[in-house]
Each structure stands twice: as structure tokens, then as C-alpha cells.
Design a protein around this ligand. Sequence first.
Ligand SMILES: Nc1nc2c(ncn2[C@@H]2O[C@H](COP(=O)(O)OP(=O)(O)OP(=O)(O)O)[C@@H](O)[C@H]2O)c(=O)[nH]1
Ligand SMILES: [Zn+2]
Length: 296
Amino acid sequence: MTGRIVKALSGFYYVFDYASGNIYACKARGVFRKKNVHPLVGDEAEFVVTHEHDREGNIEKILPRSSAMARPPVANCDLALLVTSVHTPDINFSLIDRYLVVLQHSGLTPVLVFSKSDLNTDSDEEEIRRVYGGSGFEIHFISTVEGSGIDELRGTIEHHVSTVAGPSGAGKSSLLNALTGKDELETSRVSEHTGRGRQTTRHTELVALSSDTFICDTPGFSTVFLPKIKETELRDYYPEFVKLQDGCRFRSCVHINEPSCAVKDAVESGGISRIRYENYCRSYDELKDINRRNFK
Ligand SMILES: Nc1nc2c(ncn2[C@@H]2O[C@H](COP(=O)(O)OP(=O)(O)OP(=O)(O)O)[C@@H](O)[C@H]2O)c(=O)[nH]1
Ligand SMILES: [Zn+2]
């Protein structure tokens, strides 16, 4: 049988069986011993059922991973819902643009989710579309208070393993609750050992929304440092720049001081958002600085 590990706790791996939708509590001794593989939440596993009645089994094999993140520790995630509000807290374009670089560098496809749309004016949303409309990233406006935009987002994450990222107070937990139908994912659970008190350390779980749609219940990427890349690579993380770069005179153009630069021309003519471009220049300088210091 084949399924996906949705939880790891106290030596058991909980495997969601693709065929039945049942969850089996599995041991993975053979996998450890023979292959020295440490299964992760998100891994796809071949397993055998040892006790059908108790839904217990044994993992025989971990299928090849396409990716693995550190925080939260999840394998095979491919989409990141980047949740930010326009008001309360106020939008921070520079932070969003850094997130977009970090998420792509981690191998995730970012989806821009602007939360709390019940607080937005029409002109707020027009501005967002002016800044990100050309970026190629998918844009959603949602409100968990009004329940708007949630169904469209459900369509976007279908057939994917998604994680939620974004700054504090953006509405990540509220969105997770709306998508999973669970209440208060974030409320600390009562300790199973003592039966009292509040567990502060949480374990990461994937919630199965269908047999091939999973979402990680622990928001990730709470801090965003630019990845360790060369400053000349940064341009590759701005899809709207990549689209135009063949029009630059120099193939190595980083769109800053070079003459005949199609990206700079597009900023002047309004085809590329000046906000995006200025954030790019700032991050470029920052990376250049870091790389120069590390080289000395
Ligand atoms: N007006 C409005 N408020 C919302 C909406 N969604 C969430 N909020 C409020 O925004 C605040 C933060 O929401 P959370 O879901 O806890 O945000 P979070 O991103 O998980 O926050 P952290 O745990 O700090 O990272 C709460 O007071 C929510 O009630 C929304 O759609 N509209
Ligand atoms: Zn250029």
C-alpha cells in the first residue's frame, strides 16, 4: 500500500492511505536499519498493514523526495501560501519581496494571499495588482471573516502539498482553520502525559484535504533572511525581469547600471512596478555587501 506520512509522534509514523483515506500508525524500523533513512512528514511511503483492526502497519520503503524543508520539517512540499494583510498589520512590500525570494529558493512556488480583504478598499486591491500583476505569481484576496476567496484558494492548492508562510498577525492560523475546517489549530494542546498544562512545543502535521491535497498545519518561514546566493543570481527570482531580460544589451545584465536595459526601460514605462524594482535593488546591494564581507 502507498500513502503519505501526515504525522510523526513518539516513534510512530501516521500514514494516510491513498486508496482508503484511512490513517495507519506505522513503525519504520526496517527502513532505519537497512537504509538509514529518517522518514519525514510529507514523505510518500510503501507500507504493509500488520493489524487492520487497530490500523497499524510497517513502513517498508520511503519513496524519493522532491524537496525537504527544515522549519517546519516537511518533505515534498511544493506550494507556499504567502499570507499578508494590507491593513492591520500594514502591508510591507519589501518584506513580501524578500519572502518571494526565500520561498522560491527553497523550491516552493509562492502564491500571494492577501488576507483580511474585508478591511480593504477597491484602490488597495488595484495597487496590489499594479505591483504584482506582472510578476506571474498567482494573487488571491481572502477574508476569513466574510469567507470570501477561500473556495478559489482551495482550487489553487488542489493536488499540491502546501505550506503557509507570512509575518506575525497576518491571519495564517485563521486561513488554516478556514481551509481545514479545524478550530484553533494554534491553541496549545493539553499535555498527554500529565493531563494538564499546555504543551508549548507542537508537532507538525499534514492535513489531508483530499487523497492528493495536503496542507501543513504549522506556518513556516517566520524569519526571512535572504538566501546565500550571489547577487548576480537575484534577478532570476523576479519572473517579470526574466521575461524581459533577452531584450537587455548584455546577457549578464543585472538591470542596475547597464546601458540599454529592458528591465529599467519597463520600470520607466510602467510595465514593471517601481516598488518591486527598488526592493530588488536594495536586496541586490545587501547581498553584494554580505558576499563581499564573507569573501574577505
Ligand atoms: N478583519 C479581519 N481580521 C482577521 C481576518 N483573519 C484573521 N483576522 C484577525 O487577525 C489577527 C491575527 O490572526 P491569526 O490568524 O492569529 O494570524 P497569524 O498569522 O496566525 O498570527 P501569528 O500567530 O502571530 O503568526 C486575529 O485577531 C484575527 O482575528 C480577516 O479575514 N479579517
Ligand atoms: Zn537589464
